[in-house]
Design a protein around this ligand. Structure first.
Ligand code: PMP
Length: 275
């Protein structure tokens, strides 16, 4: 497995960074994940633009425009050119003596790797999820490498043999530990607005666009935990998750077996057609 590190492509065992890298010490970094399907990265521009935005929000100075060429080199070295794969990109603030403030001339650490990945057959997933209070900070719009909150919340789902943990803040569903969440109620698709309490998923944006082209009504406002029993359908979205139908939220059963709702199914089929 090859790793791209600061302009070099090396075997992963040889990719070494300083223990004083602020990514290691503080989780001071931004990351991105995208998938190559049928020879091209799905919504590559949107992913790279989000990376650019994230870096800007935390004042890490790095020129994202150099990446497409570097990604091509990495794929070639990894023998993944035109193959279905997952690409991980991480840019941390760089190496400096440990203190919260950082030097103005610090150089970012850029790391990428690509591994073969065939996306799961979305139709096979009928997810059970748990819900937890969203105890994360209030800048969830930043795709940062400090993911301890998400890790803790996701781990609980694993312990309950569930697919994901959906979070709620002040009684309103926000998102899940590594995906966005949508609800369907009376043929209207609801999802939390793209403010500072959620990551604005690229798949979330694609699904909203698909709703528009399919003439499905959208309401970008949060659903209250008190309205759980009035929900007709629910699903998760994410780059790897794609659109995963939810069959059970805590003790509340939305459907049994594989009888997912018609709007979820319609959106899954439409997403598949884009690839
Ligand atoms: N929310 C969180 C917290 C995530 O980690 C992710 C996946 N990275 C998403 C939403 C979905 O984003 P995307 O559709 O861009 O993968």
């Amino acid at each position: 497995e090859k790793v791209y590190l600061n302009g070099s492509i090396v075997p992963h065992q040889d990719a070494k960074i300083s223990v004083f890298d602020r990514g290691f010490i503080f989780g001071d970094g931004i990351y991105e994940v995208m998938v190559q399907i049928n020879g091209s990265f799905f919504y590559k521009e949107a992913h790279l633009n989000r990376l650019k935005d994230g870096l800007q929000k935390v004042n890490i100075k790095f020129d994202v425009d150099i990446l497409p060429k570097e990604i091509s080199k990495l794929l070639e070295a990894s023998e993944l050119t035109n193959k279905d794969c997952m690409l991980y990109i991480q840019i941390t603030r760089g190496v400096a003596p440990r203190q919260h403030s950082y030097p103005a001339d610090i150089l970012p650490t850029v790391m990428m790797y690509a591994i073969p990945k065939v996306l799961p057959d979305i139709n096979e997933i009928d997810a059970k999820v748990i819900t937890r209070d969203d105890f994360r900070w209030s800048r969830c719009d930043i795709k940062m490498t400090s993911l301890l909150g998400n890790v803790m919340l996701n781990e609980e789902a694993m312990q309950y043999d569930c697919y994901e943990t959906i979070m709620h803040r002040n009684g309103l569903y926000t998102e899940a530990s590594h995906s966005n969440v949508f609800f369907v109620k009376d043929n209207v698709v609801y999802t939390h607005p793209a403010d500072e309490y959620i990551l604005n998923g690229i798949t979330r944006i694609i699904v909203l666009d698909l709703c528009k082209s399919l003439n499905i009504e959208i309401n970008e406002s949060p659903i209250s935990i008190d309205d759980l029993t009035t929900i007709d359908e629910a699903f998760l979205t994410g780059t790897i998750t794609q659109i995963a139908s939810i069959k059970q939220i805590d003790e509340h059963i939305l459907y049994t077996g594989n009888k997912k709702g018609p709007i979820t199914r319609k959106l899954q089929e439409a997403l598949l057609k884009l690839k």
